[in-house]
Write a protein that binds this ligand. Structure first.
Ligand SMILES: [Zn+2]
Length: 130
């Protein structure tokens, strides 16, 4: 089956569900909620225009934590506020604890997606916990 690219984490995954214009799809890698669109002969995923930035990042981190079996603690709300501030200033949900606003640092960052929580018991900024 043809793979489809997640515009958030840049990983291509197999979409098992039926393809339908405007359908909401969750990236199995980063948990991003996306919408499916047909462009020419191919299907592409876009960031969800139906969600506010706060809904988008909350759904994404909840999905990601659920997929991996991670937990949140009292650091969650200040970090969500930090992510929203980064979004307002720099246009995406870059990790509030990292200086570089680069695609690898979009939450859940590459380091976290690569297993830093398993290794260290938490992600770099303490949003996701084992
Ligand atoms: Zn993704």
């Amino acid at each position: 089956m043809e793979k489809i690219l997640c515009p958030v984490c840049q990983v291509a995954f197999t979409l098992k569900e039926e393809r339908e214009e405007g359908k909401h799809v969750t990236c199995p890698v980063c948990g991003a909620v996306l919408s499916l669109h047909k462009e020419g002969d191919s299907w592409v995923l876009h960031r969800p225009l139906h969600l506010t930035p706060e809904e988008e990042i909350r759904q994404r981190i909840e999905n990601f934590a659920r997929f991996r079996g991670y937990h949140f603690n009292e650091m969650k709300e200040p970090l969500v506020a930090g992510l929203l501030k980064k979004y307002e200033r720099y246009g995406d949900f870059y990790c509030p604890c990292k200086i570089d606003n680069i695609p690898e640092n979009v939450c859940p960052c590459l380091e976290t997606r690569s297993g830093s929580v398993e290794k260290d018991g938490r992600c770099h900024c303490g949003l996701f916990w084992k």
